[in-house]
Design a protein around this ligand. Structure first.
Ligand code: SF4
Length: 356
């Protein structure tokens, strides 16, 4: 199997081809013109097009299934070249706005949630992806391709910038090298030009890797899937917590180079009867003391076979009010895509069943 050219940073491509200035043109064809055939790159000499074709593929995945929610959320299942599958989600954060004369005031705003691994080693007890175990890391090109495919499929103009969250299948920091490379490729001005400030790495809390990511100084944000305030419950929800406990995560966050205008996002998955009470809210306030933090409360989205339950709206609101009253920023995440298989791993599971 040939490597995908999407796996190359522009610097790598410059080093691989002669003359090197052609790398910029190739990037523009792929990421601005959405061309997926080297032969269509008309400003390249024929000999170079032939060489590229011999050496590389372009897209390393194709759309296998997709579900569109009534709120505009679109969930994709992509097939990779080895037949493995991963999910990505396109979230429509804001609709386009027009004035009374039909002139465009604001473009629609999108966030793309991408996968970094096929399966996952972390084994969170509430996660369907975890149930299938770990298969392999995605290469950087396979991470990049998800966003490119979503932009193409939705006719999102090349110049429209998106936000990216590394929050799909897999633990991004367990695939740090390829993640860092994908971040660099995404932010290339001749590529998709998605600034690192628009990219958020969401981690289940591999504290030593948070330090490694911080040392790379890429300028990305981090979000921590905290979910619990004591190690016993957190280890039940996220077994890896035994090796990377809450205290070690909080210390790593304090060391992470954070843009002074930004806050660290702490994701808190509310599960009925497990972590949605007042005493958990109190402990959370104490734990985050001294960190410029924002807490995002997430409704647990039950799936077939799960033993956990969705909390009531009243308990979510009470929890939020307590945090706000004690000086924390706190939001309740929109349950976007509630009418489709929106939780990580659900569309894959459903498609696998249909294909059996
Ligand atoms: S929730 Fe994320 S980190 Fe946890 S098992 Fe699922 S994919 Fe892995």
């Amino acid at each position: 199997m040939k490597p995908t050219i999407l796996d190359c940073t522009k610097a790598e491509l410059c080093a691989a081809i002669t003359p090197s200035f052609r790398a910029k043109q190739i990037f523009q064809w792929i990421y601005s013109q959405y061309v997926d055939d080297f032969d269509a790159m008309k400003n390249l000499p024929q000999t170079m097009r032939t060489t590229l074709q011999e050496r590389y593929d372009i897209m390393p995945l194709h759309i296998l299934n997709k579900e569109v929610s009534s709120d505009g959320t679109i969930k994709y299942l992509f097939a990779l070249r080895d037949g493995k599958t991963v999910e990505s989600v396109l979230l429509r954060m804001k609709e386009a706005q027009y004035d009374s004369n039909g002139e465009l005031l604001h473009h629609a705003k999108y966030t793309v949630c991408v996968s970094t691994q096929v399966g996952c080693k972390v084994g969170c007890s509430f996660c369907l992806t975890a149930k299938g175990g770990f298969t392999r890391d995605l290469c950087a090109g396979e991470i990049v391709a998800q966003v490119l495919a979503l932009k193409k499929d939705n006719n999102i103009a090349a110049e429209r910038r998106l936000n990216i969250v590394y929050m799909g299948m897999g633990e991004p920091l367990d695939n740090l090298e390829n993640l860092a490379k994908a971040i660099t490729i995404f932010s290339d001005e001749d590529g998709l030009a998605i600034s690192t400030k628009r990219q958020t790495v969401s981690t289940s809390g591999l504290s030593s890797r948070i330090d490694q990511l911080g040392a790379m100084n890429l300028g990305v944000h981090i979000a921590i899937s905290l979910h619990a305030v004591d190690d016993t419950l957190r280890s039940e929800l996220i077994p890896m917590n035994k090796a990377h406990n809450i205290a070690s995560i909080i210390e790593a966050v304090k060391r992470f180079p954070i843009d002074t205008r930004k806050r660290v996002m702490f994701e808190y998955l509310m599960i009925k009867g497990k972590n949605d009470d007042r005493s958990s809210a109190k402990k959370l306030v104490k734990l985050l003391h001294g960190i410029k933090a924002k807490v995002n409360l997430i409704y647990f989205n039950p799936y077939e076979g799960s033993t956990y339950e969705r909390p009531s709206k009243a308990s979510m609101v009470a929890f939020q009010e307590y945090l706000i009253a004690h000086g924390l920023l706190c939001t309740i995440r929109d349950s976007k895509g509630m009418d489709i298989s929106a939780a990580c791993g659900q569309l894959k599971e459903k498609t696998d069943q249909e294909m059996r």
